[in-house]
Design a protein around this ligand. Sequence first.
Ligand code: IPT
Length: 985
Amino acid sequence: MRGSTRRSLAVLLAVVAFMASALTATAAVGTVSAAARANTARAANPDRPANAAVPKRHVVAYDRYSLKVDGERVMLWTGEFHYFRLPSPDLWRDALEKIRAAGFNGVSLYFHWGYHSPKPGVYDFTGVRDVDRLLRVADELGLYVVARPGPYINAESTGGGFPAWLKNVPGRARSSAPGYTAAYRDWLSHINPIIARHQVTRGGSVIVYNAENEYAANTDAAYMQDIQNKARADGIDVPITHNQCCDASWTPTWASGQGAVQIPGVDDYPQSFNCDTPGIWGTWGPGVTERLRDDAPVYAAEYQAGSVDVNSAGFDKCRELTGPDYMKVFYKSNLIASGATMYGYYMAFGGTNWGWLAQPNDVGTSYDYGAAITEHRQLTTKYDEFKRQGYFVTSVAPLTRTDPSTAPVSDNAAVHTEARANPDTGTQFVLVRHADRSTSTDESATLTWTTPDGTYRVPVRVKGRDAEILVAGYDLGGQRLAWSNSEILTHAHIGGKDVAVLYGGAGTAGATVLRYPSAPKVKVLDGSVRSSYAAGELRLDYTHAGLARVLISDGGRRPLLLMLGTDESAASFWRAGTSAAPVLVRGTSLVRSARATGNAVELRADLAEAGDVEVFGPASSRRLVVDGRAVPARVTPSGSLLGRAAGPRPVRLPDLTGWRTRTEAPEAQPGFDDSRWTVADKTTTESPIKPKNQPVLYADDYGYHYGHVWYRGRFTATGAETSVALNAVTGKHGIYQAWLNGRYLGSAAGGVQADTDDPVNPDPGRGDFPIPAGLLKKGEKATLSVLVGNMGHNDDWVATDIRHKQPRGLTGAAIAGARGLISWRIQGAEGGEDVADRARGPLNNGGLFGERAGWYLPGRTGGPWAAASPAGRRLAPGVSWYRTTFRLDLPKGQDVPVALRFGGAEDARYRVLLFVNGWNLGQYIPGRPQRDFALPAGLLRERGHNTLALAVVAEQSATVGPVSLVAMANHRGGVLVAPVPAPER
Ligand code: IPT
């Protein structure tokens, strides 16, 4: 995917871009009235409280350093979130609040064309597809939005975001071909106006608009330009960006010429996707974002924050590959090396490929991604590191405008330094890390550091895989920080004093030097800190341990409460905005929002257990309210409020009992009435991959795009038939099964790559099925029934059509010894492109008999089911269903993410589609890494009756399960989640 030589090319390109551009350029993009401009309120920022005032219009502009809103520089620090992978709109707020609480001031959002469009010209933006609501939540939370509507998005999602009907549209996708042009313009005509009304320039949250996605191969500049012209015509007036693949050696970078965007960015995945070797670092390079334009900020459009699990190692390993140590070393190195002020960390929360949303290959139901927030919405140690970095970058304003500067000299060659400085304030930012990033030794060094306040000898230490950003010459609130070898977590002006939190590795020595015109009073409230004052400088020396507290006053500046912690104690802080100053909170497992009213501080917070909660808020604070309940609290010597809050009540989930079962697949029987099925007799296809023989049997060509399809082929037997040879293309891990005159012939692995450019697999998805002697009689009608799975549609990363237009379903069928033609009919999801179940949408169902009959729905069983539990019964090959109901009564005001867990043999040959209250929440395949399937609240009724339906497609006789409900966590708090409306029957 990349080579090291490409890096030098990238440098060259940046230099050329630099020379070619004007030295300074400020492009004001959004336009607003003078009255609006006079408004000083900032747009989205991490301290803005929920439900903040009336929408205000703002000016969005940028220069070579950063974006600016109303002239104020912005560090855009976003995490990627996919609403389509969390089909419960109330939980969008949960995810976005967690993203905000991690210190992100923005989210990057793909919009998935195929998720909204079941048929050409048909779009749905209601229910779980209500992206206007999503953007309203972002507006309310004050999170900036990077809007990424494609048209192509990749994202390991089916078709890379393309609707499957696009396979039938003539002309190459991602080009100016007329068929494709009409199709994508229609998508943009629907999505752009929604995005446009949420722009920062109209008082909303969308700060930039990303055109296309990693458009790096087979490019067409006219197409790239047209997307932007269309966006402008549709009212997009914020800057347009692009995320260039991999590094700047991939050309064009869309930095100049036709199709150029205003702010070209780069995607970088330095760790690769090899989660099976989490200890190997930097496989895909050093991860330094290139400057692509001299007149625009450096934009790390997608920066690796997790991984696809291409080796089926399991997402915990992906979390390790991209863990806190990687984040420290790579993110901090990039910040200083690149000076980027726009970031998109991919992913902040990955979510679930529910229904048929996954792209095939090695993407399963889970899109956990090893992200900082797990698929079950839990916070990890990666989240802690995001918090440490996110609070820093959004608190320390001089970071928004920096140039490379002279780095302090290290007396230990193993310790590398690198620096940037803000030309206006002189504030310096120094990266300290191992010279060789792959080493993890414990190194100490003394830096000779010339800061704006003088030259100092500063001891530093890098221990294990570690990196630090140290700050010097910084006006920290009302204080002057000369330098510190502790890192800054955050600071704010709270309750009449500056409150600052600094931290360092547990057990390492820390020193901080602050300047005061006169000797200040230094009171150590907690921990062990030595202080000395001489020549205008207060020096504090300490060892990073627990959380030390020092109150500094009377030095000619306003008072400072300085807290000195470790990585761990720093991460225990939460920063939340109120309408006045922000508050800092410790002790809860999350703070969603805060309000300061009169003498009370009210928190919306989550707690995993009962414990002390400490709030640094207005000086007048005397009362503490957590999640609506008063918590007795006292004022501490630090001026904070301290109380003890209750934890969650324990929960117990019910056992799954009362199972009933029903066997289906009547389609396999010769007498089945298929007269209303679609006749499959096409002779041509838009797919560049041509069928092995006629007619064309590709499911998509008949409007059946997702899930299973059935074929029935009729022919007159000669009696001399010996075997059936089929080819079916399903995508990786798919299977298909065949029956002849009702007799099960067996199953085969579906084709993976029907690419004409795949020499390894010239006969994809081939299955040979011997015909049992005597089954066919000369002159008699015979019926061949074939059930083909569809694991989703391939991506179009290389923009050639050959991947995303790869067929699904039968691509060849021949019967040895037969004479004459087979006449075919095909059946898929109820209604085909005219989706029957509109609330759950096109990706929810395929064409299994039970799906078409509505057995997946709570209110439709369609006749008698026999009592039988999955574990107690061996299933015959074919399709069987299990259903049961269960009641949940989870305590109100608690958040208990529930999963369905599959036990049982790894080598069993079956797969299960699981439906909860009618929603297809995934596919369990024995032997694949996933056994726990998220059942999101909203689809799952937390207080009420639930229906679980399992459709089992068995290749061989098999026993399913055991199957159980598991609580993945239990917190007091959470968000209110209403049931997602969808028909019961
Ligand atoms: C890049 C894509 O833009 C994104 O959609 C997703 O696929 C991600 O990376 C990987 O998870 S693709 C690139 C790294 C080749």
